[in-house]
Design a protein around this ligand. Structure first.
Ligand SMILES: C[S@@+](CC[C@H](N)C(=O)[O-])C[C@H]1O[C@@H](n2cnc3c(N)ncnc32)[C@H](O)[C@@H]1O
Length: 201
């Protein structure tokens, strides 16, 4: 599969919907996770770095994982992230990274990964014992959030109870959900959750 975000990367940071989402998700992560300057963080599906940018001044180091070269190029063009955020263009479900993290965050990327159970297992493998997780994505929706012909969309959001079960099976405890944003749509809204969890020791 090619780089599905190549075109989107060009104006990603200027999109109002993206700006509002990343602002609220970033704020929610900071409200729920006690970040500190020693933290080693993975930003999964980091894109152009809209979440990494909010965390970078407050943590030790961030590894920005994404399968889109174009999105990561935009991330690395941000001078304030150079030296603090390391881009890794890789599908970690197929090819894990040989590193463990204090915190794994992700914004709006889970629905692009076919096998959610495997992804939660990979997160557990990449987390230090006691490491924290903060994942944001859509609650289950009727398939109208993305255009009908959108490629690389494998889930129409998530049922919280199912995700909680997959997290528990992967070895995470303290699983908590909160609604952090609602994306406005035609006569409706699409709620976005943040789930936080801790890898069991
Ligand atoms: C909706 S964008 C969100 C980007 C960023 N987190 C933000 O909030 O602006 C989804 C991102 O997930 C990335 N992605 C899709 N599949 C992926 C995978 N298997 N592994 C890592 N990243 C992936 C895409 O390339 C894209 O950058």
């Amino acid at each position: 599969m090619g780089d599905l975000f190549a075109e989107k990367a060009e104006d990603w940071d200027r999109r109002d919907r993206v700006k509002a989402l990343s602002r609220d998700i970033g704020a929610a992560i900071l409200a729920h996770i006690p970040v500190h300057e020693g933290m080693e963080v993975m930003d999964f599906g980091a894109g152009t770095g809209l979440i990494s940018s909010q965390l970078a001044p407050l943590v030790g180091r961030i590894v920005a994982v994404d399968t889109s070269e174009s999105m990561l190029e935009r991330l690395m063009a941000k001078p304030e992230l150079v030296g603090k955020v390391k881009p890794v263009c890789r599908d970690i479900t197929a090819q894990p990274i040989d590193e463990r993290f204090d915190l794994i965050v992700s914004a709006m990327a889970l629905h692009h990964v076919p096998d959610t159970r495997l992804l939660m297992q990979r997160f557990a493998e990449h987390a230090k014992p006691g490491g924290l997780l903060a994942l944001a994505d859509l609650d289950e929706e009727d398939g109208t959030f993305h255009p009908a012909d959108a490629q690389g969309v494998f889930h129409h959001g998530f049922r919280r109870a199912r995700l909680a079960k997959l997290l528990a099976e992967a070895g995470f405890g303290d699983v908590r959900f909160t609604t952090v944003h609602t994306v406005p749509g035609e006569g409706r809204g699409y709620p976005v959750f943040l789930v936080t969890a801790r890898r069991v020791q």
